[in-house]
Design a protein around this ligand. Structure first.
Ligand code: FES
Length: 149
């Protein structure tokens, strides 16, 4: 058994330490808002927060997250900035198929928690690793600008 602090609660997970966090989160803990896209750290669909920083869950092992705070999109409503970002997403009608949007929102929230008023270059840099096959990039940038303080 491995204890992970997941969405604010210590959870005992019966998983091997080398398992990618993505599978522990989705298949064992049941937080399916974190998506599998590429498994190679290239698409951003699996983005979560570890100690508040955006991390690719497909490239992070369970062992690497022990003793740290792991947050998924399901817990974002408990975060004031996360609430603002999710509301901005709804108001901008960002999602098309929606598959990548959890990861997009996690990256955007991490950016805005670090910098409440990023300029366009900082938004581009923070969001460059999150791919959207539907091409919702313009609405994503609009939502982030609207969520900025
Ligand atoms: Fe992790 Fe694509 S599934 S970056």
């Amino acid at each position: 058994m491995i204890t992970l602090n997941l969405n604010g609660k210590d959870q005992q997970l019966d998983v091997p330490p080398e398992m990618p966090l993505l599978w522990a989160i989705r298949d064992v803990a049941g937080y399916t808002g974190t998506k599998f896209g590429c498994g190679l750290g290239l698409c951003g669909a699996c983005t979560i927060h570890v100690d508040g920083l955006p991390v690719r869950a497909c490239l992070t092992t369970v062992e690497q997250a022990v003793g740290k705070r792991v947050t998924t999109v399901e817990a974002l409503q408990a975060d004031p900035v996360g609430q603002v970002v999710q509301q901005a997403w709804l108001e901008a009608g960002v999602a098309q198929c929606g598959y990548c949007q959890g990861g997009q929102i996690m990256s955007a929230t991490a950016l805005l928690k670090d910098n409440r008023n990023p300029d366009d270059a900082q938004i581009e840099a923070a969001m460059a690793g999150n791919i959207c096959r539907c091409g919702t990039y313009t609405r994503i940038r609009t939502a982030i600008r609207n969520a900025a303080a």
